[in-house]
Design a protein around this ligand. Structure first.
Ligand code: BES
Ligand code: MN
Ligand code: ZN
Length: 498
């Protein structure tokens, strides 16, 4: 896992060992404000008086999130860096602030001086800072000449160093590191080139990741078991590829009686060429990331022990390539899903829903309290919501609200789209129970979700279509170019709330 940045609390605060000392600046109605109650050593360095308002305004620094300003840089000694945090009340403001610190800091060692705030509490603040900082330093690449890396270490101090603050910060750092580690693990899977990250390797990496945790069990199904279990959708999609399909079933059992049982289902198409309904050259270039759903749910499960989630969590991740080989499914073919529903395949590029049909059928058999699937499912979701917002569709208002709130907290906005009953007509087939495409150019994200709904047996269910925000084209904040693992932190925030 590529998390090069270590974050720690120093035993003694010695300002002279740092290249950069960063401090937060808030923007209030009255203007900019440096939070009070900083450590003694820092007060002595006169940070509170260092920010000159006219100097700041000349440099267009308004303490907005993402803004930084070098306020003092001497020949020797640390560079003082003001970091804008807006009102500093929301975890996302601290994630972004920490990310800009990592991107702007001078030298290898930095100290971030944090105020002890009631909102967010010190735990949440520490967690947000660690998550933002570590994710901002995530890199993936196989360039032979690696560009020089930025920060090597980040030390955090909070408030005036009271014991309660110190231990809250420690808890926050541990949680943030667990979250960031899961995201980096998922990003590594997503970014790996597609001929390497086959279903076989994806399942292997999953087993390695989950092994060694006493509260987690996992199983990998190969072609024989998949056939025996009658996963007709997964088998159908896999037919066009020389690579064998896999299905991962994994479970986390909390200590004590589980508060809830949630099944997470993730789309694991390790490369989506479109199959015989072949994509364009351009449309194919990003399709190694079509296993983001699987990576996200597996990574989420792997973080449950460290985050002491109280719910039981099961992950089901069907994995396959979608290729146009000689044995590939053809438009007009009919597949029988795990739950017996027959599917007319009219476009082999609508393959995600075919493998999720089996995944969701298996999920329902466990009779959980909720099922959530995550998939880079439709180009229509990118058209509707762009790359910043994920689509949420659900048959359950409570679950939908919980996920919306978790998304807001995580800085991964979700927007709910309706499961319009009348659009069932869009997926009506002449020869089978359902067809795998809707009406061209009309509500493609909704008809895909209506298709999935046929496999959830009326259980509380939510579908996250992350085709847009699953990828990032321009490194910004705590996102790097490539896979983002969007919705992973939302899921963790949701699971931790149960
Ligand atoms: N993996 C794609 C969806 C996708 C598109 C993800 C762009 C990320 C960016 C999915 O398998 C797909 O091809 N969907 C088709 C469905 C259509 C044929 C009904 C689409 O959206 O075009
Ligand atoms: Mn496709
Ligand atoms: Zn796909």
């Amino acid at each position: 896992v590529t998390t090069p940045l270590t974050v720690a609390i120093p035993e003694v605060v010695d300002l002279s060992v740092y290249d950069t000392i960063a401090f937060a600046v808030f923007s209030t109605q009255e203007g900019m404000e440096i939070p009070k109650g900083l450590p003694q050593e820092v007060e002595a360095a006169s940070i509170p008086s260092i920010l000159d308002a006219s100097f700041a305004s000349r440099h267009h620094f308004e303490a907005k999130v993402g803004q930084t300003l070098v306020v003092s840089q001497q020949q020797v000694g640390p560079t003082m860096l003001a970091v804008g945090c807006a009102e500093g009340e929301k975890p996302e403001q601290w994630r972004q602030a920490a990310a800009s610190l990592v991107r702007q800091a001078v030298g290898a060692r930095a100290l971030f001086v944090l105020p002890a705030l009631e909102l967010p509490g010190v735990d949440a603040l520490g967690e947000a800072v660690v998550t933002g900082a570590q994710l901002a330093s995530y890199r993936f690449g196989v360039r032979t000449e690696e560009p020089e890396s930025g920060l090597e270490s980040l030390d955090l101090v909070v408030g005036s160093g009271l014991d309660a603050e110190h231990s809250a910060l420690k808890r926050g750092i541990a949680a943030g590191a667990a979250v960031a580690d899961a995201v980096c693990f998922a990003r590594d899977l997503i970014n790996e080139h597609p001929s390497s990250m086959t279903p076989t390797l994806l399942a292997e990496r999953t087993e390695q990741r989950l092994a060694g945790s006493a509260s987690v069990t996992s199983e990998v199904w190969g072609p024989a078991r998949i056939e025996q279990e009658q996963l007709g959708g997964l088998l159908g999609v896999a037919r066009g590829s020389t690579q064998e399909p896999r299905l991962v079933v994994a479970s986390y059992e909390p200590a004590g009686v589980p508060s809830k049982h949630v099944v997470l289902v993730g789309k694991g198409v390790t490369f989506d060429s479109g199959g015989l309904s072949l994509k364009t050259a351009q449309g194919m270039t990003t399709m190694k990331t079509d296993m983001t759903g699987a990576a996200v749910v597996i990574a989420a499960l792997s973080a449950c022990p460290a985050l002491e989630v109280s719910a039981k969590v099961t992950v089901i991740a069907p994995m396959t390539e979608n290729m146009p080989g000689g044995a590939a499914i053809k438009p007009g073919d009919v597949l029988v899903a795990r739950n017996g529903v027959t599917i007319e395949v009219l476009n082999t590029d609508a393959e995600g829903r075919l493998i999720l049909a089996d995944g969701l059928s298996l999920a329902v058999e466990q009779a959980p309290d909720a099922v959530i699937d995550v998939a880079t499912l439709t180009g229509a979701a990118v058209v509707a919501l762009g790359t910043g917002v994920g689509a949420l569709l659900s048959n359950d208002d409570v679950l939908a609200l919980q996920l919306e709130d978790s998304g807001t907290l995580a800085g991964e906005p979700l927007w709910r789209l309706p499961l319009v009953e009348d659009y069932e007509a869009h997926i009506k087939s002449d020869v089978a129970d359902v067809k795998n495409v809707g009406v061209s150019g009309e509500a493609g994200t909704i008809s895909a979700a209506l298709f999935l709904q046929r496999f959830v047996g009326g259980l509380p269910w939510a579908h996250l279509d992350i085709a847009g925000p699953g990828r990032c084209e321009k490194p910004e904040g705590y996102l790097s170019k490539g896979g983002t693992a969007f919705s992973l932190r939302t899921l963790l925030s949701y699971l931790r709330s149960l």
